[in-house]
Write a protein that binds this ligand. Structure first.
Ligand SMILES: Nc1ncnc2c1ncn2[C@@H]1O[C@H](COP(=O)(O)OP(=O)(O)O)[C@@H](O)[C@H]1O
Ligand SMILES: [Mg+2]
Length: 288
């Protein structure tokens, strides 16, 4: 499936072509192939059980098209679970995920359409160590060709993957095995693999956590610019609160599986922050 073997001559040609490109890698705005827009995604009274535990409780949250939403909260609050519901990988025990024009995303067909328009940067990167950086980014496009195809990746997709690597400043490592790259570089490959999908909805689970503050800020700006220029909806779980305030239009504060704050980033002040992070935590391991 990942049988791409690229010659270094091809990569050099690609590098010089891409270094002369000034336009960033951006998807076409608004209407996608099947005629509906991705605006109007909404969680309606969602409850999620993991094992015997209720880890999200009655969460309602419209996701407006475009812009950046940050999800913040203490460890264990349910932030990763919330992203899992948004990308359709975690099914709620009660409540639903709906999309304007498509209704409830519960059938395999509607979920597949939703997932094709969605990309996720996972907390643990989810990269394949033995593959090159470029091949890992190409995996972001795995649903764009037959899973058993023995053919090399089409040149057009290879160019898109190389352009995504360039966006995150790693084109020079296109051929490097990701096992040999640093934590920060691996995280940037995870971001490139999401961007190459040209999604309508981009979800990130602490996508800057392995980066130094300068690089985190510049990749944050990249994603914010991406959202602004293309209308892509970006939802990021962030533990850096200053970054959440700076990048996000809206902040959602989650605690013990419930939304405690949902408002403009400018309203997320110190008092809200203290309430979210310092009130008495529930005992870990206790059923809620
Ligand atoms: N696969 C799982 N099985 C059982 N419980 C889980 C599982 N994944 C997460 N949890 C529990 O769900 C709660 C929320 O987890 P998570 O969404 O990862 O929180 P956060 O991302 O805010 O740290 C935590 O208490 C965690 O222990
Ligand atoms: Mg998490």
């Amino acid at each position: 499936m990942t049988s791409l073997i690229l010659g270094s001559a091809f990569i050099s040609r690609l590098c010089s072509a891409l270094s002369s490109r000034s336009a960033p890698l951006l998807p076409a705005r608004a209407v996608v192939a099947d005629g509906a827009t991705v605006g109007g995604l909404c969680l309606e009274r969602v409850t999620v059980l993991r094992g015997q535990r209720q880890v999200l409780t009655d969460v309602s949250m419209p996701i407006l098209e475009g812009g950046v939403t940050a999800i913040v909260g203490p460890s264990g609050a349910g932030k990763t679970t919330l992203l899992g519901v948004l990308n359709g990988l975690i099914r709620p025990a009660a409540g639903q995920l709906t999309l304007n024009g498509m209704g409830c995303l519960s059938s395999p067909e509607t979920l597949q359409i939703h997932r094709r328009r969605t990309a996720t940067v996972f907390q643990e990167h989810a990269l394949i160590d033995r593959l090159s950086a470029l091949n890992n980014v190409l995996l972001g496009l795995a649903d764009r060709r037959h899973p058993l195809s023995p053919l090399p990746w089409p040149a057009e997709l290879q160019e898109q993957a190389a352009a995504a690597l360039r966006e995150v400043g790693l084109l020079r490592h296109a051929h490097a095995r990701v096992a040999n790259l640093s934590g920060g570089e691996r995280q940037r490959i995870g971001i490139a693999r999401a961007m190459v999908r040209q999604p309508r909805l981009l979800l990130g689970d602490e996508p800057f956590s392995a980066l130094d503050s300068g690089l985190a800020a510049s990749l944050g700006n990249l994603l914010k610019g991406y959202a602004q220029a293309s209308g892509v909806t970006v939802v990021l779980v962030l533990h850096q609160l200053d970054m959440a305030r700076r990048l996000a239009d809206r902040i959602v504060g989650l605690r013990d599986g419930r939304i405690c704050f949902d408002g403009p980033a400018t309203d997320f002040d110190l008092a809200v922050q203290q309430q979210l992070f310092t009130s008495t935590p529930s005992l870990s391991g206790e059923p809620k």
